[in-house]
Design a protein around this ligand. Sequence first.
Ligand code: SF4
Length: 413
Amino acid sequence: MDTKAFKRSLNHSDKYFRNSLGHGKDVADQMQTEYQSSLIQKIRDNNYVLTEGEVTISLAKSFGFCWGVERAVAMAYETRQHFPSERIWITNEIIHNPGVNQRLRDMNVHFIEVIDGEKNFAVVGEGDVVILPAFGASVQEMKLLNDKGCTIVDTTCPWVSKVWNTVEKHKKKAHTSIIHGKYQHEETVATSSFAETYLVVLNLDEAQYVADYILNKAESPEAQQRRRDEFLAKFEQAYSEGFDPDQDLERIGVANQTTMLKGETEAIGKLFEHTMLQKYGPQSLNDHFLAFNTICDATQERQDAMFELVDETVDVMLVIGGYNSSNTTHLQEIAIERNIPSYHIDAPERIGPDNRIEHKLLHGDLTVTENWLPAGPITVGVTSGASTPDRAVEASIERIFQLKQQAALVTAD
Ligand code: SF4
């Protein structure tokens, strides 16, 4: 498919919306009421610190809803107002937050069901309205919905669209897009759908493996075939159909899932630039490598604030955000790397009753930890992912205050 031509024609369609639908003011008031928090504002105003009883809360200086998420949720709310009687669908979670998604369900926005790993678009009919979430949708999904005669409200964050443009440039110059991301993450699925040839690498280790493959050749054709097979097995499901590492890594460009660790994305970009420089020399570098600049500011700011927070003396860290939220998981990773006891929860209700917390282990399952808050005066570092409303942070902090108050009362008895 000529993805660029398709997107251009979609942009001219009167059934395609990718900006506010004109109800911004009403929706802003509604969102303020539903998601903002006076307690969080108070902590912000107090230089991000608040002490109550034995608990000091130290809040990250940048956390929670990013503007791309806020924009997407506002557009979804506007869609309901703008199309009060139409059937409205959404192709995926609007953002990775269970509370916000439930709120949309309450507004009678239907989520496309996934059956045996496939989305069931058969339920969507002509005249229906379909919302595309903040992290986008694959170009094939957009085409399918457009062919069905649906109205499309595209809330894709402009930062994500910027990555898609980068991938289009790679394609135009016949370069393979190497995408730093998780191949099954919705954003990366959408981004890779715009590429002709792509390979997704999860981290610096995988990127190094690819760089080694580019630089070294086996001594015999048989050994090279074995290397190639090993490569294809290692990255199974993470490359475009027919991908051939012996040919498709001669010209590359780097793109990223916007919520990956910024430092790692940059390191991967540099690694591939050096690799191609080493292989082809400075004169030919531009024919073999395309630089990129698509790291989202919001991700960067939240990660920088987390690095600042873990440098402070905190006894415990609380990270709030959806369990499938990539940017939240990366915040948790930063705390774990510093050996700080860190608990990732997706909702305030995971805290209590008593001094217990149900949380998700990094790369693991849900688990319950008893006595997670240490006795005596403590400092709790708090941050939240880009899909988490301030209200959820407020409720989590209030639960911590309550637990420590109860503990103080028991000790006093
Ligand atoms: S994290 Fe960045 S790319 Fe993702 S929605 Fe927010 S602003 Fe957009």
